[in-house]
Every structure is written in structure tokens, then in C-alpha cells.
Write a protein that binds this ligand. Structure first.
Ligand code: THG
Length: 258
């Protein structure tokens, strides 16, 4: 399971402030902390409502890459900012994200091909997020087929069934699990999968408990990567013990202390 740190996101006040002040030190300290906590990839997100998204995002990418070689996941709906970030980023990159909307696919798949990037494909289109697993599967297939046409191989795609808050769309929680089952049947080799885990507990009083319970369920349905908080050690312990119980990692007597 790949841990994609959610913390380098200007939604968080400390990151928003660092971005406003162009405080390199604050962002670099947080970056190093996330890497130390075991993040395999860092999701970089400037949040909504910035005056110059391209400038902000390239500043974040360059500042972060001054202190780590850890892979970045560039998380923005702004196409200009995405392109600017891809032009400065070093090493393998994960694009976050396209949807099944034609105008997004025809820009983002060529960019993924050009930069040999991995890309997250959200199963939604101009009409929104479908409310059943089969329609998510259909949309996933549309994106996989479209990607092939642009020379983006299925191995470079992470399908995201879109996790919604349990308080607002409770019926969608099991449907996301069903969607993961469906994705695994779409092609061979199966496309990889990712979710934004903390979405599930938005506006609830039991965020850590809901996050870790849902992560275990998602992993049992084959999840490959999660955008999550590696600073939540109970969550990371749940992840590690799930890997053992799903026979993905060899059992060791002291596995939680590694
Ligand atoms: N799929 C993909 N990308 C994504 C998401 C997804 N990127 C964004 C998001 N969803 C995943 N990242 C976060 C980051 C933060 C929070 C939730 C998801 C979060 N933040 C606190 C809040 O809003 O309450 C911030 C408050 C604070 O502590 O300061 O919950 O689904 N592909």
C-alpha cells in the first residue's frame, strides 16, 4: 500500500500560511516530517481561491524538492498550474487528476504521456459522481480506453472511485468498496486504485476511528494507495496489520515497531 501524504495541502492552516508568506522553512520542515513518518508520495495542493495558482504551485514543488527526492502527486484542477508544475517537477510524478470529462482527458492524458507520469482518474464527469458501482466501472473503462489512445498505459493509471463523507452520503461507502471489486475485473493487468481517505470522515466527530476502519475495508477490497495522514500512527498501524493479514507482507513478531 502506498501512503500518499495529504498534509502538504493549503487547506491546512500551517501550509496555507507558509504559502502566503512564502515561508520555505515551514514547508520544508513539514515535508521532512512527512517523509520520516513513512510517506511514499507527497500530495501537493495549493487549495482553492489563490491569486496566481501556477506561481504558488511551482513554488511549493520547488521548495519541497529542495529537501526530498520523494515522489510528488500534483493535486490541482487548474490546468495552467498543472502544466507549470509538471515543467519544474523532478523525477516520476503522479498527476491528480483527470475525470471522464472530454475536455480534461484531452489535455491531461497527453501531458501524462509527455512526462511519462502516472495519473489519477476520478470516476466522475460533468454530471457528477455516479451513485452506483457499475456506472463507476463504466466511466473507468471510458478513461482507460481514452488513455490508451494517447499512449498512456493502464499501468500508469490509478482509478479513484471517489470517497464521500459518511455523514452526507452514507450509502456510497459500501458502493466504493463494490467499485474497487469492479475495477479489478476491467482489464489485465488490473488498473491500480487510490482514494482520498479523509473525505469519509469530513464533518464527523470520530475522524480517526472512521478513517482507520474504512482504510481496512478498502484494503480488503484491493486498494493500492491512499491519500491520508501518515502522522496518525493508529491509522498506519491499521494499515500495516492489514498488509500482514492480507498476506501482502511477511509476518514478523515485532512488525508494528518497524
Ligand atoms: N481524491 C483525489 N485527490 C484528493 C481527494 C480525493 N485530494 C484532496 C482530498 N481528496 C484528499 N486530501 C485531503 C486533505 C485534507 C482533508 C481531507 C482530504 C481534511 N482536512 C481538514 C478538514 O477539511 O477538516 C483540514 C482542517 C485542518 O485540520 O486544518 O479533512 O478524494 N484523487
Amino acid at each position: 500500500m502506498l501512503i500518499i501524504s495529504e498534509r502538504l495541502n493549503a487547506l491546512f492552516k500551517s501550509v496555507g500560511n507558509a504559502l502566503d508568506e512564502k515561508d520555505k522553512n515551514a514547508l520544508q520542515q513539514l515535508t521532512q516530517e512527512q517523509v520520516k513518518l513513512g510517506a511514499n508520495i507527497l500530495d501537493v495542493n495549493i487549495g482553492p481561491g489563490r491569486d496566481d495558482p501556477a506561481d504558488d504551485l511551482t513554488w511549493m514543488v520547488e521548495t519541497i524538492q529542495e529537501v526530498t527526492d520523494t515522489q510528488l502527486c500534483i493535486d490541482t484542477p487548474d490546468m495552467t498550474a498543472m502544466e507549470a508544475a509538471l515543467n519544474v517537477v523532478k523525477g516520476k510524478v503522479l498527476i491528480n487528476s483527470t475525470t471522464a470529462e472530454a475536455h480534461k482527458m484531452e489535455k491531461l492524458f497527453p501531458l501524462a504521456a509527455k512526462h511519462n507520469a502516472d495519473i489519477i482518474a476520478l470516476t466522475m464527469d460533468e454530471k457528477g459522481i455516479p451513485n452506483d458501482a457499475a456506472s463507476r466501472g463504466e466511466m473507468a473503462l471510458t478513461m482507460i480506453t481514452n488513455a490508451m489512445g494517447y499512449g498512456v498505459p493502464t499501468e500508469n493509471i490509478f482509478l479513484d472511485p471517489l470517497v464521500l463523507p459518511v455523514g452526507a452520503a452514507q450509502d456510497q461507502c459500501p458502493k466504493v468498496l463494490e467499485a474497487l471489486d469492479m475495477f479489478s475485473t476491467l482489464c489485465d493487468p488490473a488498473p491500480k486504485t487510490v482514494v482520498g481517505l479523509s473525505n469519509v470522515s469530513n464533518n464527523t466527530k470520530q475522524r480517526p476511528l472512521l478513517n482507520r476502519t474504512y482504510l481496512v475495508m478498502l484494503m480488503a477490497h484491493g486498494l493500492d494507495a491512499a491519500i491520508m495522514d501518515p502522522g496518525d500512527r493508529d491509522l498506519v498501524d491499521a494499515l500495516k496489520s492489514s498488509e500482514i493479514l492480507l498476506n501482502k507482507k511477511l509476518y514478523a513478531h515485532d512488525f508494528l515497531k518497524i
